[in-house]
Design a protein around this ligand. Sequence first.
Ligand code: UDP
Ligand code: MG
Length: 340
Amino acid sequence: MNSPIVTIVVPCYNEESVLQETISQLCGLMRGLVDENVVSGQSKILLVDDGSKDQTWKIIYKETINNEYVRGLKLSRNAGHQNALLAGLFTAKEASDCVISIDADLQDDIQVIPEFIRKFNEGCEIVYGVRQKRDLDSFFKRTSATGFYKLMNKMGVNLVYNHADFRLMSKRAIAELERFDETNLFLRGIVPLIGFKTDSVYYDRKERLAGETKYPFKKMVAFALDGITSFSVTPIRLVLWLGCLSFFISLLFGSYFLWLKFYGQTETGWTSLITSIWLIGGLQLIAVGLIGEYIGKIYNESKRRPKYIVDLDLFNPLDLKKREQLDNERNSIEKLSKTN
Ligand code: UDP
Ligand code: MG
């Protein structure tokens, strides 16, 4: 059997402090795999610049010119981790037998990549990288992540436990993924829906090589909320139940107060009144907010906006105009390095 053409897709957002090291580690691995004939010599590492504001694209660009294994894809602006990943997958699909996605900070162990490919050769269309231990993550990150997986599972969303976006997908699986035409793409929830023969590979999660997490608390909450509301209507159902419950309780209270009134033991009742106003008011606001969240989703879906826009694609065979642009940019980089 011919060895497969593998593309490793790496979304990068402001990763200048870690990227050079990441590239050299991935290239080392790639070179080894090509030498051992595990992967085809046409295999590539595709770095997707997700609208970075630092030197990330410059690094990618230089490597694309100088390094036979590296190619770059530049998005027109920051589209977010999931969309950058999709851009990479869809761009790489045509020229690859399978695509492996991995974060730029190399928290995931690249040494298990040969095992990914072995499973692919055995006929798996999707292989998940699953973290065995996360003791190196902060306590907060660990507990919030575990809580998130548990919550999602409770609500009937089929997530692979402790799997982030380190996975292999075959050309065929990516083609099917392309048919999921929704704007709110939460990949970890969608990929298991594709089906086919799948397997998992286990590894220990490491610390970020350098730089800072691009998922501060606010983004993490938004990510979790997105994941939940994109996949499950359980929260809305919960609101309905809560409404029924509070209606039932108010009936009970109402009859109790009526009984008190008729038998002459009326209380001043200010406390209970004001408490229930706040309680019901709060519940109503939560309910409205939650429903709003879903309506917002529908609104976004109905607009059918593109998930990402490509500025420059240095992966697929360059057309003349792009080649010209590349030459111009190369010249200006050379000029720059001479003046510096
Ligand atoms: N990332 C991206 N666009 C964004 C945010 C993040 O492409 O808007 C990339 C980032 O460069 C990294 C990956 O997504 O390669 C995961 O981000 P990070 O490591 O900061 O997340 P964490 O591991 O802390 O959850
Ligand atoms: Mg990370």
